[in-house]
Design a protein around this ligand. Structure first.
Ligand code: AMP
Length: 430
C-alpha cells in the first residue's frame, strides 16, 4: 500500500512539536488569565447559520472558504472557520446584562478552504480572546497590551502592531461615498470581486489582496480622515493609552480587516521574521458591535485571534526528528522471566514519582535492550535480573557516563527519583 498523506493544507503534529504546541496554549492561558480571561470551549461544528450571521454573508470567509455540508438530518453544518461567531453564540445563550462584561479565551482548530501555502493551511489553529459588554478605549488598548505580553512570553520580539479605526456605522455611510468616488474612475482596472464590491460593500476593496487593487487602495484617503469628530477622539484615546503602556504602533491608514461588524479600533500584528514570508500576519483583531439573539441592542466587544502555525514559524525552532514516543527518563531492562514482575512493579513505583519510564516488554537479548535504552534517550537504564534479585538489588546504569552501580531494590524508586531530581510539577512532563 502506498503512503497515505494527510489532506493538503492539514498536517500531523508529532512530539516534540506537539509538546511545543501545548506550551504555547498554556502560556496563553496563563497570560490571558492575568487579565481575567477564562477559557471557553465551543464546538468545532456548528449550524452554518451561526457563521453566516456572525461573520457576515458578504465576507470572503463565508462566500469562499467554509467547509459546509448537509448532515443525515438534512441540516446545513459548518466546521468553524474562526472562533468569534461560536463564542458569541455561547455568550448570547448566557446573556450579557447591562454594564456586565464577559472575558473569554479560546483555542483550537479552525477550517478554511484556502489555497494551501507556507503559513496558510486548511486546518489551522488559533488562540483568541473576546471581552464582551463594554465600550471603552482603555479596553482596546489593554487587549493589545495583552497580545504584546503573550508574544514576548513565547519569545517573539520582531513584530509590529498596525493600528487603525473604522469609526462607527454612521461614520461609514458618509465615508463609503468618499471611497466610492475615489475608486469609481479605476473600477475597470480592478479585480472582478472589487468591481462588484464598489457598490455592494466598498470597504471590502480596502482588504483586497490583488496587487492591482492594492495600488488604488494605497492612494485612497486615510480612513481616519473620513470619520466623525467623536470617532477620531476615541481613536486618539486608544493611541494615548497605548503610549502610556509604552506600546509602539504604526497607524495603517487603510487597515479595515475583513469583517463588517468591526467598529472603531482594528489592529494586526505582523512579523518581520524572515521565516514567515508572504503570510506575515501573526494576529488580527479589533472592536466590534454585534447583534446577539435575544438582546435588546447590539453589544460591544473587543478581541483578537493569533495563528499558532505562524507563531511556531516565527519562533523558528529547528525541526527535530520525532522519536515516535515521548521523552523518557528511565529504561528498565529485564533479564530472565523471574525479573519481569519485579520490573513491572518498579516501573509503576517510578511513574508514581513522576519518572517517565519505558519498560522492556519482549524479553529480547540484553544487547538489544541496551540499544533501545540508548536510542530512547533515557538518562538511566535499570537492569533487573536474576542475580540482582537474589541479592535484593537492581543495577542502575548512567547512560551519559560510563558507570553503573547496584542499589537496594527496596529503595530503588525513591533513590532513582531523587537522582533525577524529580520533584517537578506533573505539568512539566509535557
Ligand atoms: P483572521 O481570523 O483571518 O483574522 O486570522 C487571524 C490569524 O489567524 C491570522 O493573523 C493568522 O495568523 C491566522 N490564520 C488565518 N488564516 C490562516 C490559515 N489559513 N492558515 C494559518 N493561519 C491562519
Amino acid at each position: 500500500m502506498g503512503k497515505l498523506e494527510p489532506l493538503p493544507g492539514t498536517s500531523d503534529l508529532w512530539h516534540p512539536e506537539a509538546a511545543e504546541w501545548v506550551r504555547l496554549e498554556n502560556t496563553a492561558r496563563r497570560v490571558m488569565g492575568l487579565y481575567g480571561y477564562a477559557e471557553l470551549r465551543t464546538p468545532i461544528i456548528e449550524r452554518t447559520d451561526v457563521f453566516v450571521r456572525g461573520i457576515g454573508s458578504d465576507t470572503e470567509v463565508v462566500q469562499k472558504e467554509m467547509y459546509t455540508f448537509t448532515d443525515r438530518g438534512d441540516r446545513s453544518l459548518t466546521l468553524r472557520p474562526e472562533g468569534t461567531a461560536g463564542v458569541m453564540r455561547a455568550i448570547a445563550n448566557q446573556g450579557v446584562g447591562e454594564g456586565e462584561e464577559k472575558r473569554v479565551f479560546y483555542c483550537g482548530p479552525m477550517f478554511r478552504g484556502e489555497r494551501p501555502a507556507a503559513g496558510r493551511k486548511r486546518q489551522f489553529h488559533q488562540i483568541g480572546v473576546e471581552a464582551v459588554g463594554k465600550l471603552t478605549p482603555l479596553l482596546d488598548a489593554e487587549s493589545m497590551v495583552m497580545l504584546f505580553d503573550y508574544l514576548r512570553a513565547v519569545g517573539i520580539d520582531d513584530f509590529r502592531l498596525l493600528l487603525n479605526s473604522r469609526g462607527t456605522r454612521e461614520d461609514r455611510q458618509d465615508a463609503s461615498r468618499t471611497l466610492q468616488e475615489h475608486f469609481r474612475p479605476h473600477v475597470e482596472e480592478m479585480c472582478e470581486d472589487c468591481r462588484r464590491r464598489l457598490d455592494s460593500n466598498v470597504w471590502r476593496i480596502l482588504d483586497c489582496k490583488v496587487e492591482a487593487c492594492r495600488g488604488f487602495v494605497a492612494q485612497a484617503p486615510p480612513i481616519v480622515d473620513l470619520l466623525s469628530e467623536t470617532s477620531r477622539a476615541y481613536f486618539g484615546q486608544v493611541q494615548r493609552a497605548l503610549d502610556a503602556f509604552g506600546i509602539a504602533y504604526e497607524v495603517a491608514p487603510h487597515l479595515v480587516r475583513g469583517l463588517d461588524y468591526y467598529e472603531h479600533t482594528v489592529f494586526e500584528v505582523v512579523s518581520d521574521s524572515p521565516h514567515l514570508g508572504a503570510q506575515n500576519a501573526l494576529a488580527g483583531g479589533g472592536r466590534y458591535l454585534i447583534e446577539l439573539p435575544g438582546s435588546r441592542k447590539p453589544i460591544p466587544g473587543v478581541g483578537f485571534a493569533l495563528g499558532m502555525e505562524r507563531l511556531m514559524m516565527a519562533r523558528h525552532r529547528p525541526r527535530q526528528e520525532s522519536p515516535g514516543h515521548g521523552p523518557v527518563d528511565v529504561f528498565i531492562a529485564i533479564l530472565g522471566d523471574q525479573a519481569e514482575v519485579c520490573a513491572l512493579q518498579l516501573s509503576r513505583e517510578l511513574r508514581a514519582r513522576q519518572v517517565r519510564v519505558l519498560c522492556e516488554t519482549e524479553g529480547r537479548s540484553i544487547k538489544a535492550q541496551m540499544r533501545t535504552a540508548d536510542k530512547c534517550g533515557a538518562e538511566l537504564a535499570v537492569i533487573v535480573g536474576g542475580e540482582e534479585l537474589a541479592a535484593g538489588q537492581v543495577t542502575v546504569k548512567y547512560m551519559r557516563e560510563s558507570r553503573q552501580e547496584q542499589i537496594d531494590r527496596e529503595h530503588a524508586a525513591p533513590s532513582i527519583a531523587a537522582t533525577l531530581g524529580r520533584k517537578e510539577d506533573p505539568e512539566g512532563m509535557y
